[in-house]
Design a protein around this ligand. Sequence first.
Ligand code: HMG
Ligand code: MG
Length: 309
Amino acid sequence: MEDMASPPRFPSRVSVYEMAPRDGLQNENAQVATHSKVRLVEALVDAGITRIEVGSFVSPKWVPQMADADEVCRMIERRPGVTYAGLCPNARGLERAIAAKVDEIAVFVSASETHNLKNVNKTTAQTLKTFEPVIGPAVERGLRVRAYVSTMWGCPYEGEVDPKQGLKLAKHLLGEGCYQVSLGDTIGVGTPLQTQRILELFAAEVPIEQIALHLHDTRGTALANVLMGLQMGVTTFDASVAGLGGCPYAPGAAGNLATEDLVYTLHGMGIETGIDLQKLWQAGQVAEAIVGRELPGKVHRAGVRSLAR
Ligand code: HMG
Ligand code: MG
């Protein structure tokens, strides 16, 4: 008898972590007005987004676009059930995050030394030391702490990256109190079997609920990697509305996977997100209006559904 492979199993619900106000905007050269950032956050939350990075508490000398993160946090109208988060590189960042009353912070380190050095001016070992007065004290104050391990699929300076280096960093960060590690394809080079190998390596040592995928769509492979992630039990995916974004210290990094493309695909597969896709599309229009140029998301460009006349 022919041996039929069992069909892939997918989760019934997925959590979408919105990145546009932080990863999306941080790469914009022209300063976006604070009230426009607030408008974007509120449009995304109106669409049903419940986890959102609203900005970063990094050095304004390094990323001037994020200098007003504190003000953005003060101005947004908070909704119950929504997690408002900020990226945080050091103890000074934590102080600002606490003053800004975010619910969650995210720390970040790269799997490759050169990207880490360019991004935060420190080795990965020094970066982990910098997080000692951040992660523990944040958790003690009731903040949840998430972590990114960047350049997992490849580094703009070093090329191939050994995923075992990323696993070591991830296990350390989880051990320090982070509740989830989001694996970053910072420059969007990943392909599905590579994703499978990385996730197999992680899943052998880390509960899959503690792993998220943060995929940039530079080469159009992000959704294929999402599908592999879903098949392997990942249920949190980072995305940025309309595909806005990039990393200022990763040349060639394009936007994150577009949130509309992710949600369109998930809903089409019968996977719930709690997000209203039509309203999300409208939030994408807000993103485009505030940066003043066309954004690349596929659903953003084509519309949620179009009928030939
Ligand atoms: P440094 O120059 O080595 O350190 O920067 P420093 O301590 O000498 O600080 C320089 C100046 O910044 C000082 O000011 C500090 O006070 C100030 P001065 O004395 O010269 O007037 N400063 C701060 N100000 C406000 N808030 C702070 C803060 N810290 C220092 N928190 C540092 C080291 C880590 C601060 C810097 O390199 C930095 O801010 N880097 C952040 C770069 C960044 O934001 N990159 C993009 C985010 S990561 C990413 O996009 C990847 C991700 O999306 C996942 C993926 O895609 O893979 C997460
Ligand atoms: Mg990113």
